[in-house]
Design a binder for this molecule. Structure first.
Ligand code: MN
Length: 735
């Protein structure tokens, strides 16, 4: 038990102060009687949580007040949501029941609290059902989207105040946040919250990189601010001349998005050119919005040359989540590309606060893309055949991609994710059209089903009644709808074929004088390594298991192959030896024991890296870096299989494999210089080296064995000093 020195009077003063700040945040939406409702909820929450404290030692009531404030200020929610946010932990953590809530605040509030209580246990670290529960949480979208919005506010506040938690809990919560909550916020159009969640998550999963980028950003701050001032001064002058009321300012990009760019393009921080964007927010009447946006566009592109490939018009065709804005990239005065975002005050509010703001303006915006999206989610959810994990993956894929707009032959607009194919379009129109699709005409030209559509294409689908969905279709559809329809009809088809296979197998076994019973069927399935008897029947029907194979099985039953066993023993011995060699270097589990493990090939951890253990189904414990690209997925879905791990004293006689990506200007002898530094100056072994050179740009991927992160960092610094080399980065996975 920790002890705190508590000054009750000071605390009560602070609680009142925070409550008054909340009321100020609610003011814009307050109507008659609302203040009393909020007061009632606050008093009740205060009473219920009066003996509870947070991990930091602060009174618990700070948390619901903060969640309510986020809901009001940053999401723009109204009184009902404020009341629910104040009470969101009351039923979960205290003696108060839903019945009590309903009696005091009515049915609507009780239902939302019920939703919040039900999903609050979702990411319980002891539960193996995260994905399934996530699906349930989205189902409540259909009920009341406020449940999800308040849950996001709750998560945001927990992420902001996580420093007092144990390290493994921080990792788990941060991973779920980047894997599930940030994408969800993105889809609901809450861009500011999404960026903050991503940054906070990175702060815990990859603290070194986070601090590095934050420091770099800070160093150049003054220089950047001067640039922004120089850039916007002439814009402001012309806006004033033409009588357009607008505010123009620079907006820094998030640390996470900068890091993404560095990784994707394998460039150092110095080469990320868009560390900020310029935003123009116009004050105008609703009916002049579009004209004013283009007027401003014209002013800016008269001053600075636009990049014709980088114009995005989400004013004429808003994104599915309601986002409206005009984006362009122009050449700044110092020969540097600058992104400019032009939008009205209304559009900006939708962009910042997302869905809730969208509601407010709904009358003027009748065909809301979000309604479509919720309908789509409902369609996918109602398909119970799909496993929960598949669902989460498909769902996420749809979240991350941007939309394109496709026209039907009659000119109706259909929205699809970027990368969608003709077949996706067919399924989007109707699942029967998708299932019988044999080809398409794109802009009157015949194309195959797998043809990737471009924004603005006009597409006509050609069908045939003889067509049925094929396995390889899954390789080129991207929408969750098409995937789930194809999967379920393949499953149906497979079941039918397996039925035939079962009869064939019965006949064949009879001829081999083997009794047809469950025991034998299981033995045969195991022998051919099929996961289920249905898989076995299916392969029999397809002819890939025939009478010859079955005779092999009969023979194997009689004598276990001694050669085979010997070979396996040898392999086991080798594996053991490798494990023995590494086993001293990492300690695993709550009490840091010495257990066998292997290093995950996806991120190749080396001593000095922040790591964790993951208990696999067939492959023992694997060690990953906390910044591994797979880590967030593993932790978010299988939290109960995560083990604490740390490096023991680093022993320098063990070498670890890691990858370096080197970029530079092609020069004769560059490879030689690189290998000289690596193998002679550093005495490090190179395992493989692949180099490509394109129009004078040199790109090399080198796998080397190093002792720890310190040696690796020194090596990187020395490689960077070679003339002609412009960037050296460690890469996490072989792509
Ligand atoms: Mn909470």
């Amino acid at each position: 038990m920790e002890e705190y020195v508590i000054d009750i009077d000071a605390e009560n003063k602070e609680i009142r102060k925070r409550y008054r700040a909340l009321l100020r945040a609610c003011k814009p939406t307050l109507q008659k009687g609302d203040k009393q409702q909020i007061r009632k909820a606050f008093d009740l929450a205060l009473e219920c949580h009066k003996d509870m404290r947070r991990k930091s030692g602060e009174p618990y009531i700070y948390h619901p007040i903060a969640v309510a404030q986020i809901a009001a200020e940053e999401i723009g929610l109204g009184t009902t949501s404020i009341v629910c946010a104040l009470l969101h932990d009351v039923v979960e953590d205290t003696h108060l029941t839903l019945q009590d809530i309903e009696e005091q605040f009515g049915k609507k509030v009780a239902r939302i609290i019920d939703g919040l209580t039900k999903i609050s246990g979702i990411f319980d670290p002891n539960s193996s059902m995260q994905a399934e529960n996530f699906r349930k949480m989205l189902l409540t979208l259909a009920d009341d989207v406020r449940v999800i919005l308040i849950k996001l506010a709750d998560r945001l506040h927990n992420m902001r105040t996580m420093e007092f938690m144990a390290r493994h809990k921080q990792l788990k919560i941060a991973s779920e946040t980047s894997y599930l909550y940030a994408p969800l916020a993105h889809r609901l159009g809450l861009y500011a919250i999404k960026s903050e969640l991503e940054d906070l998550s990175m702060k815990y999963t990859d603290p070194d990189t986070y601090k590095f980028i934050a420091k770099k950003l800070n160093e150049k701050k003054a220089e950047r601010e001067r640039f922004v001032t120089d850039f916007i001064t002439p814009i402001n002058e012309i806006l004033a001349e033409q009588g357009i009321e607008a505010s123009v300012f620079g907006r820094p990009k998030s640390i996470h998005s900068i890091w993404n760019k560095m990784r994707k393009k394998s460039i150092p921080f110095e080469e990320v050119y868009d560390l900020f964007a310029i935003r123009v927010i116009i004050d105008t009447d609703d009916d002049k919005e579009k004209t004013e946006c283009w007027k401003v566009y014209s002013i800016i592109t008269d001053l600075y040359r636009p990049n014709p490939d980088r114009l995005r018009d989400w004013v004429s065709s808003p994104k599915g989540n309601g986002y409206e804005s005009l984006h362009t990239t122009v050449m700044g005065p110092r020969g540097q590309w600058v992104e400019v975002q032009i939008r009205t005050r209304r559009m900006n509010e939708i962009a910042e606060k997302g869905f809730a703001a969208h509601w407010k303006y709904k009358e003027s915006n009748s065909d809301s893309g979000l309604d479509n999206w919720i309908q789509k989610i409902r369609d996918i959810l109602s398909n119970s055949e799909q496993s929960a994990l598949d669902f989460v993956d498909d769902f996420k894929m749809n979240l991350f991609s941007d939309e394109i707009f496709i026209f039907t032959p009659k000119g109706t607009l259909v929205q699809l994710p970027n990368g969608a194919t003709a077949l996706d379009f067919a399924f989007e129109i109707h699942s029967d059209i998708g299932a019988t699709c044999i080809g398409a005409k794109v802009n009157h030209k015949l194309v195959p089903l797998s043809h990737t559509l471009q924004n603005g294409d006009q597409v006509e689908i050609i069908t045939s009644s003889k067509q049925t969905p094929k396995e390889d279709w899954l390789n080129f559809v991207v929408t969750a709808k098409a995937k789930s329809k194809i999967r379920s009809s393949l499953k149906e088809e497979k079941r039918r074929v397996a039925e035939d296979g079962k009869e064939i197998l019965e006949r064949k076994l009879k001829s081999l004088k083997i009794t047809y019973n469950t025991d034998n069927i299981n033995k045969i399935s195991n022998y051919f390594k099929f996961p289920s008897s249905q898989e076995l029947f299916y392969n029999v029907a397809k002819g890939s298991i025939d009478i010859k194979n079955l005779r092999e099985f009969v023979a194997s039953e009689k004598s276990e192959d001694p050669n085979h066993n010997q070979f396996q023993a040898h392999i086991n011995g080798l594996v053991e030896k490798i494990n023995k060699k590494e086993v001293d270097t990492i300690l695993i589990g709550d009490d840091y024991q010495q257990v066998d493990y292997t290093l995950a090939p996806c991120c190749n951890p080396i001593p000095g890296d922040d790591i964790f253990g993951f208990l696999t189904v067939n492959d023992g414990i694997k060690i990953h870096r906390t910044s591994c690209p797979n880590a967030s997925k593993l932790m978010a879905n299988y939290g109960y299989r995560i083990l604490k791990a740390k490096w023991a004293s680093s022993k320098n006689d063990v070498a670890f494999l890691t990858g370096l990506r080197i970029v530079g200007i092609d020069d004769v002898g560059l490879v030689n210089k690189i290998t000289m530094v690596i193998s002679h100056e550093f005495n490090v072994n190179i395992r493989s080296l692949s180099i490509s050179s394109n129009e004078g740009i040199f790109e090399g991927n080198i796998m080397v064995f190093v002792n720890d992160t310190q040696q690796l960092d020194n090596l990187i610094i020395n490689l960077k000093h070679i003339p002609g080399i412009t960037g050296v980065t460690r890469f996490e996975y072989e792509s």
